[in-house]
Structure formats: structure tokens, C-alpha cells
Design a protein around this ligand. Structure first.
Ligand SMILES: Cc1cc2nc3c(=O)[nH]c(=O)nc-3n(C[C@H](O)[C@H](O)[C@H](O)COP(=O)(O)OP(=O)(O)OC[C@H]3O[C@@H](n4cnc5c(N)ncnc54)[C@H](O)[C@@H]3O)c2cc1C
Length: 292
């Protein structure tokens, strides 16, 4: 299918992009890698009158690793994130998550910001953002604001980004604990397909193998990816004994209200959520214990 007709403008700077979207309002859409927007236009699910291309703005493509956070420009490509060894050492979950995102070809074009704003409930980067409590910096022609992931994702394919705003930066917290491990897993029909259910976790332990910090979340089983900071606290001080792990994963799955579709029933999704949550927590814990 072909897209409906549209006007096209390529912005040279963030300021120019913000001026364009302020001028055209709801009738304009930013385009970054085009890996979600173009198919949606081809299926006529979206009919923007204007596409404002932000992919050539140098100020939206960078990775800067600081003490407590790895900052990246919103148009940093998924392939560049995946292959950045320094970033993988600081925020290992990003590389683990991206291994499940689409295909080499889609990661070569797709951007971090585009994936977060597209906000597919099964998408891997939004789940990673929820688990790590990433922060998104949003710019409009008149304002800059920063939103934590918990208030950024509002529903399926819906975020708090206003039509006149551009995500300019994503800040991924860096855990400074020496013995930290993380893990990402998902069940999908074929590798590269969107997940039926996905789970991600990060765990830190002390020299005695006791958990000092934990975070985990589940994607694909609710309108937005879900993180469980309160349940994760129950793991602190434990060695993630089997029963504790089973109870925490079960309680997390029980809070979810998954939908049914041709790929999986709600019951199967909830079951997977519990199984995968326990599995990633165990893997993250094992990785943390093995870390030097
Ligand atoms: C065959 C195929 C398989 C795929 N499989 C997966 C998968 O398994 N997992 C997965 O997560 N994704 C998957 N995707 C989607 C892909 O990862 C996209 O790259 C990603 O969802 C969107 O990134 P993009 O840069 O291409 O954004 P675009 O398509 O350009 O934009 C997506 C949306 O974000 C908005 N937007 C983009 N950048 C900004 C910004 N900086 N500020 C404000 N709004 C912005 C656009 O207006 C649009 O609404 C797949 C895509 C294809 C074609």
C-alpha cells in the first residue's frame, strides 16, 4: 500500500524542527528512522499532512556516559546503541534488549526516540526504559521538560509527548554497584517479531551474594510496559531463593490485565509473565554474582 500524499520538510536543527511542529500542530508528524511511521502511513492508520524529518540533525545523535547516567540523543540509531561497547558496559540491558528488536535492517534505521514515542506495548526499549527508570527530555518552541518513564508512557501507542514537542534526549541511569547483572528475555513467534511477552531485570549483589538492589518489568501484557519497584524491594537482602522469586514473579503477573488476540490468550500471557519474570530475575542475579 502507498501512503496518502503529504508535504515533507527536513529540519536542520532542533529549533527548526520545533518551529515546524509548532506551526503545523496536529497535522504534522516528526519522522526519525521511519520504521514504524512509514508502515502506519502505508496502512492508512495515520495521515499526517506534513512529515518533519529530524534524522539529519547532528544535535540529536550522540552518546555521553556520565557518572550516574548515559545520555543519548533521541535520533541515535538502534544499531549504534547496540554496537557501542562503552555504553554496553554502563547500561548492559540496552544491548540485551536490542538483540530482540526487529532485524538488522530495521535497527540500521530505527532510533531510540522513535521506538519510545511509538510506544508499542510489546516493544523492548520502552520496557527497558520503565525498568531502569529512564528520563526523557522534551523540547517545544517555548519550553523544555523532563519526564520519567513512569509518566511518559500513558497507554498503548500513547505517550505524554504533545504534538508540538520533540524528544531530544534519553537519560539511562547507570548503576554504580560493582556486582551488577542484567537480563532480557521474550517469547515471540519468530525471532525479530514483536514479543508476545517480554521481561527485563537488573540486580546488584554484595560480596555475600545478597541482593542490594533490584528492578524488573514485563512488556506485552498490559497497555504499557510495567515495572515493579515495590515488588523488587522484596528481593533486597535475599539471595533470590526459589520461593521468594516465585512469589514475587507471581505477584507481579497477578497485577497485569493482558489482552487476548490471535497470538495468545490473556491467560497464557499472564502465565508467561510470571515465568519470564522469574527467569530474568534469576539470570540477572547469576550475572551479578559472576561480575567482578
Ligand atoms: C519488520 C519490522 C519489525 C520490527 N520489529 C520490532 C520489534 O521486534 N520490536 C520493536 O520494538 N520494534 C520493532 N519494529 C519497529 C522499529 O524498531 C522502529 O524503529 C521503532 O519502533 C521506531 O523508530 P523510528 O526511529 O523508525 O521512528 P519513526 O517510525 O520515524 O517514528 C515513530 C513515531 O515516533 C515519533 N517520533 C520519532 N522520533 C521522535 C522524537 N524524537 N520526538 C517525538 N516524536 C518522535 C514519530 O512522529 C512517530 O509517531 C519493527 C519494525 C519493522 C519494520
Amino acid at each position: 500500500m502507498k501512503s496518502p500524499p503529504f508535504e515533507y520538510a527536513r529540519a536542520a536543527s532542533i529549533e527548526e524542527a520545533c518551529a515546524f511542529i509548532a506551526q503545523h500542530g496536529d497535522d504534522a508528524k516528526l519522522i526519525a528512522g521511519g520504521q514504524s511511521l512509514v508502515p502506519m502511513m502505508a496502512f492508512r492508520l495515520l495521515r499526517p499532512g506534513w512529515l518533519i524529518d529530524i534524522d539529519a540533525i547532528p544535535a540529536l545523535k550522540y552518546v555521553a556516559i556520565e557518572t550516574d547516567a548515559a545520555r543519548m540523543g533521541a535520533c541515535t540509531r538502534q544499531c549504534d546503541i547496540q554496537h557501542d561497547d562503552v555504553l554496553a558496559a554502563a547500561v548492559p540491558l540496552l544491548r540485551q534488549a536490542l538483540a530482540h528488536v526487529g532485524h538488522v535492517q530495521t535497527r540500521n534505521r530505527g532510533t531510540a526516540g522513535g521506538s519510545l514515542v511509538h510506544a508499542d506495548p510489546s516493544a523492548e526499549l520502552p520496557l527497558t526504559a520503565q525498568v531502569l527508570e529512564a528520563r526523557m527530555v522534551l523540547r517545544s518552541h517555548s519550553d523544555t521538560r523532563t519526564l520519567p518513564a513512569a509518566s511518559f508512557f500513558e497507554g498503548a501507542m500513547t505517550t505524554a509527548v504533545r504534538p508540538d514537542e520533540c524528544v531530544v534526549e534519553i537519560q539511562w541511569p547507570v548503576w554504580r554497584e560493582k556486582k551488577t547483572g542484567s537480563a532480557f528475555t521474550e517469547i515471540s513467534r519468530r525471532h525479530g517479531d514483536f514479543a508476545i511477552v517480554a521481561a527485563a531485570a537488573q540486580v546488584a549483589v554484595d560480596d555475600d551474594a545478597r541482593c542490594t538492589r533490584a528492578a524488573f518489568g514485563i512488556g506485552g501484557a498490559a497497555p504499557t510496559p510495567a515495572a515493579f519497584p515495590d515488588l523488587a524491594k522484596r528481593l533486597v537482602g535475599t539471595r533470590l531463593e526459589k520461593e521468594t522469586l516465585r512469589d514475587v514473579a507471581h505477584d507481579a503477573a497477578a497485577t497485569l490485565e493482558p489482552g487476548s488476540d490471535i497470538h495468545a490468550s490473556a491467560g497464557y500471557r499472564r502465565h508467561l509473565a510470571g515465568v519470564l519474570a522469574a527467569r530474568v530475575l534469576q539470570s540477572a542475579y547469576d550475572a551479578a554474582r559472576a561480575a567482578r
